[in-house]
Design a protein. Structure first.
Length: 176
């Protein structure tokens, strides 16, 4: 069965590929799994049919038969567990790759996202100029730590995995 995911009909990033459906699309492409995309308007995202799939009215979602998922990280993990190519076979290496998936979403993405949201939504606030350097410092600290760990390596843990995939999609937001 071909899975269907949801994505923005009109992405706020105007085609830069920063929305979180991209990490799911990349996972599908990486493992060679065909998929379909249902594009949603902002009003459709907050209507009952979509809220049944996603309690917070966001994208992406994933449907395959009677399985419906939300949260891009959970969807990528599901794809990675179902197909070869995104997680190592060795149990310890697999656990480390999953750790990097969580690190990307729970530790690296939050300060990057906070900065991005401030730049989009808070520019007109009186405190914006004062707050931005604080947010940028937090991003720099995280990037420094990540860079120290990565060193000259190509991948976060020996070989490319879903951890690298998620980390790249998180870091790409800094280029916008
Ligand atoms: N933690 C969720 C976040 C989902 C999310 O924030 N999606 C954004 C697009 S990248 C969205 O739907 N924004 C519209 C909204 O929140 O109303 C995930 O990783 O899937």
């Amino acid at each position: 069965m071909i899975p269907t995911i949801t994505a923005f009909e009109r992405s706020p990033d105007r085609g830069q590929g920063l929305a979180r459906d991209v990490r799911v699309r990349w996972a599908f492409e990486e493992v060679g799994q065909p998929y379909e995309v249902r594009l949603l308007s902002f009003s459709e995202m907050n209507e009952p049919p979509h809220l049944e799939l996603h309690p917070f009215g966001q994208i992406p979602t994933y449907e395959e038969g009677d399985l419906a998922l939300f949260e891009s990280g959970a969807i990528v993990l599901h794809i990675a567990q179902r197909h070869a190519g995104l997680l190592p076979d060795d149990a310890n290496a697999r656990a480390r790759a999953i750790t990097w998936m969580f690190a990307a979403l729970d530790t690296v993405e939050p300060p990057i996202w906070e900065r991005a949201i401030a730049m989009i939504l808070e520019r007109d606030k009186t405190w914006y100029e004062e707050r931005l350097p604080i947010l940028e410092d937090r991003v720099c600290v995280r990037l420094g730590e990540l860079s120290s760990r990565l060193g000259d390596a190509d991948w976060l843990d020996a070989a490319f995995s879903a951890g690298d995939l998620l980390m790249v999609t998180v870091l790409r937001r800094l280029s916008s």
